[in-house]
Write a protein that binds this ligand. Structure first.
Ligand SMILES: [Zn+2]
Length: 213
């Protein structure tokens, strides 16, 4: 069954996608990668994409759809695709349904790994690194491990993270642009929201439960 995986930056989407790929033998389809690969192959379409990008333009929906179709039609990936970072808007979501329908496929599961802005902020701000062993812990989420850290907790120090504002802005943009797509899908019976604030392993277990239905 094909899957669409949604999740803001910082929700652990990449980790979970990798897990699904390995454990359930899936193919992760990111439109960014598709575009980059096509450019690398120097096909006529690849050259068109290259010239668009070098002129500061985006690849059109039509180009993205052509590339998507090429992958979806590939029998090796049949019913084993994780759509990652696609669809980004309702128009693309409708397009995807059309393409899948034409190739006699569908979306089995839509998974939204949700995480609040507060958690994202804590994950960045609470990061502490040990001066002695370089281990990274989080003062909000690893309290016990910090107390018991073998080097001594005095070696765990906070470092100012210059990326803080960028990460938060990226999170906000994602949530804002993705909301209409989530609204589009959330009425479906195959839509599942999973708490991305949970431990990585717990999230993995929940995804497993969903996929084994
Ligand atoms: Zn240490």
């Amino acid at each position: 069954m094909n899957i669409i995986l949604f999740g803001p930056p910082g929700a652990g989407k990449g980790t979970q996608a990798q897990f699904i790929v390995k454990k359930h033998n899936y193919f992760q389809l990111s439109t960014g990668n598709l575009l980059r690969e096509e450019v690398k192959l120097r096909t006529p379409l690849g050259r068109e994409i290259e010239s668009l990008i070098s002129n500061g333009k985006f690849a059109s929906n039509e180009i993205v759809n052509t590339l998507l179709r090429q992958s979806i039609i590939n029998l090796k990936f049949r019913d084993r695709i994780i759509f990652d970072g696609y669809p980004r808007n309702v128009e693309q979501a409708k397009n995807l349904e059309i393409i899948l329908g034409e190739l006699d496929q569908s979306i089995g599961h839509i998974i939204f790994l949700n995480v609040s802005k507060n958690i994202i902020e804590k994950r960045i701000m609470g990061r502490m690194t040990c001066d002695k062993c370089n281990m990274t812990l989080n003062e909000f989420f690893n309290k016990e491990q910090i107390e018991l850290h073998p080097c001594g907790k005095e070696f765990l120090k906070r470092r100012k993270d210059d990326n803080f504002d960028i990460v938060v802005a990226r999170y906000e943009t994602y949530m804002k642009t993705t909301k209409p797509v989530l609204d589009f899908y959330s009425k479906n019976a195959n839509f599942t929201e999973i708490d991305g604030a949970a431990e990585i392993e717990q999230i993995t277990n929940k995804i497993n439960d969903v996929l084994n239905v």
